[in-house]
Design a protein around this ligand. Sequence first.
Ligand SMILES: Cc1cc2nc3c(=O)[nH]c(=O)nc-3n(C[C@H](O)[C@H](O)[C@H](O)COP(=O)(O)OP(=O)(O)OC[C@H]3O[C@@H](n4cnc5c(N)ncnc54)[C@H](O)[C@@H]3O)c2cc1C
Length: 379
Amino acid sequence: MTWELTEEHLDFRETCRAFTDRKVRPLVDGAEAAGTFPAELWKELGAAGLLGLVTPADHGGAEGDALAVALLAEELSRASGGIAVTVLVSAYMAGPHFVRSGTPEQQGRWLGPLAAGEGVAAIAVTEPGTGSDVAAITSTARRTPDGWVLDGRKMFITNAGLADVLVVAARSGGPRHGGITLFLVERDTPGLSFGRPLAKMGWHSSDTREVVLDGVEIPADAVLGAEGRGFHQIMEGFQLERVALAAMGLGHAAECLDLARAYVRDREAFGAPLAHLQTIRHRIAAMEIGLEAARLVTYQSAARLDAGHPEAAASVARAKYLAAVTANRIVDDAVQLFGGAGFVEESPVARHYRDARILRIGGGTDEIQLEILSRGMES
Ligand SMILES: Cc1cc2nc3c(=O)[nH]c(=O)nc-3n(C[C@H](O)[C@H](O)[C@H](O)COP(=O)(O)OP(=O)(O)OC[C@H]3O[C@@H](n4cnc5c(N)ncnc54)[C@H](O)[C@@H]3O)c2cc1C
């Protein structure tokens, strides 16, 4: 057993940190103000190998692991939740479905471009009427002589306005879990349209929209994976997605801890720096304990996922819950330590505070993680 990252993962974290400092941080304020992802970053991310961590080498990927995805998520989120989630959804929430379930043709068409930053992907599961209860989706897939016709609405879809291809969940027949299939829908398909970008509390530089499926005709080979297996594919995809979201929480928390440490050394009150007050120092120490605990559980969940550990799903649910809740507490503590300066919209701690909140909701809420962990107790 070891509690430390390997040299390889430490080096990779340095690569992610250096990339974030050099390429991402200078773009954050502009992206937040414009409410858009800086498109020039895609090629840079691709060239740095940061979009293909779970892509097979013969499609231009690095064949890395979930722990590497977690490290990338953490480092990008230190700079910006909105930029991080845009990247993570395309490369590590939608993209892996192509890796796991794509036909050779689907993989040949999409894996290379997604890893190179020449294509963007989204995943559309949530609907206006259902989110947590994935098995209740009502968008339909009707078989035709030439393929399928999709109808319905999808809600809160990250990257909808940017995506070249969407992984869409629809009901192809039968109720609940067994009746769902995943489809690949290309952006310019007639009948596919998008709402306006939703104005959100946080993640200002990410694109989130409603997706409308109005008689969307797709060919028979647009099925991704097996017919009727969509629910299981979505649940499998949630594992890496939740590790990435947990690690985003680590990034927000780590950045706020650094900012708070620097601030309390600088800021004076009652004739001395705030750091001279024991209550302030203890608050910082408690923030650090929370972050380290969440980090260990998150890295463990990633390692277990990589190892195919039998407890991996429980570990992932634990990490998603703990990291999201802990990050929210730490960003709140940071705002408190900054005083009025923490409440000003453009202060970094205010942005991390806004961005961290969604981590308790997206990709499975706190309550759903607790449900996963407590299932079966009643019998
Ligand atoms: C910014 C943003 C980006 C998103 N990106 C995507 C995306 O790219 N693709 C996508 O498909 N979806 C996306 N989502 C949707 C997101 O995954 C859902 O919002 C989330 O899963 C919760 O679903 P819901 O909003 O329908 O809430 P609901 O499921 O209606 O839940 C409402 C409340 O009830 C609670 N609840 C529900 N069921 C239970 C239960 N069994 N036990 C206890 N409590 C329960 C929930 O925890 C929550 O507190 C995004 C959402 C946002 C806000």
